[in-house]
Design a binder for this molecule. Structure first.
Ligand SMILES: Nc1ncnc2c1ncn2[C@@H]1O[C@H](COP(=O)(O)OP(=O)(O)O)[C@@H](O)[C@H]1O
Ligand SMILES: [Mg+2]
Length: 252
């Protein structure tokens, strides 16, 4: 589904992502880990068209993504969340998801004016779909709360609901469990599994919570200083001496 081949990006003298190659297959729960500054978020920025690679290629379902603008990448079926939460703070939880769904849906301003009865019906459909998503993310009970009034863990889950509202095939999550307590991250783990199983989404995620990553992901790639230092299933990664030295510190 997603293939990075020797992807490289330089910022001045810094090679933030250096010759990185990995492939994510349909249905994978795939982890991207490594120390701060390793180039993980930059990989997401390359995939989603925020940056164009200096060299190398990034393919989505066989199609070259490199140089494709972000809005087009979203239309192709890739959605992401951000390491720093980005929500419409003054809007309700439900409104945040509906706004995201509009991105994908044909209800635009012009069609809304031209075809009012239809667009009202479609907006109701979007609201129903948004509520269904909120149930999956266990946010239905706070649907009408302003997003800025939510506790942090719920804001993170709302970010995921928003990304899912565009009905992507590939979901990129940047540190979804950051700041969560063990109970919250266990709940999130079950939810992400459900997203893959029930919505047939492929998930590529960045995370520092090793319990979360090792329990959830089936394949992991490890970056350090922009370079890929290991790739494999969690059992192999947790005992890999290079990974222990660069990142884990001790076997987990
Ligand atoms: N737009 C940019 N300009 C210059 N340097 C950048 C830019 N984006 C990221 N970097 C640098 O690239 C490196 C990798 O950053 P990042 O991908 O955010 O790491 P992380 O693995 O923690 O997500 C860091 O040294 C960061 O400062
Ligand atoms: Mg990051």
């Amino acid at each position: 589904m997603l293939e990075l081949n020797n992807a490289t990006i330089k910022f001045g003298g810094l090679v933030a992502v250096n010759d990185v190659s990995f492939a994510v297959s349909k249905g994978d729960l795939f982890g991207l880990i490594g120390p701060n500054g390793a180039g993980k978020t930059t990989c997401f920025n390359l995939i989603t068209g925020v940056y164009k690679p200096t060299s190398g290629s990034i393919k989505f379902k066989g199609r070259e993504l490199s140089g494709t603008p972000s809005n087009k990448v979203a239309q192709l079926g890739i959605a992401r969340t951000f390491q720093n939460i980005r929500l419409f703070r003054a809007l309700s939880v439900l409104e945040n998801v509906v706004v995201a769904a509009f991105l994908r849906h044909r209800v635009g301003l012009a069609s809304a004016i031209a075809d009012l009865p239809n667009s009202i019906r479609e907006t109701q459909e979007l609201k129903d779909q948004a509520m269904a998503l909120l149930e999956v993310l266990h946010l239905d009970k706070v649907a009408h709360t302003r997003s800025c009034d939510l506790p942090y863990g719920m804001q993170r889950r709302l970010e995921i609901a928003r990304a899912m509202a565009t009905q992507p095939e590939l979901l990129l999550l940047d540190e979804p469990a950051a700041g969560m307590n063990p109970q919250e991250s266990d709940d999130l783990l079950r939810v992400v599994r459900q997203i893959r199983d029930q919505f047939n989404m492929t998930v590529l995620l960045i995370e520092h919570d090793m319990r979360f990553v090792m329990n959830l992901c089936e394949k992991i790639v490890v970056l350090d200083h922009g370079c890929e230092i290991a790739q494999g299933p969690p059992e192999a990664i947790r005992s890999n001496p290079k990974v222990i030295e660069a990142y884990l510190g001790e076997p987990v």
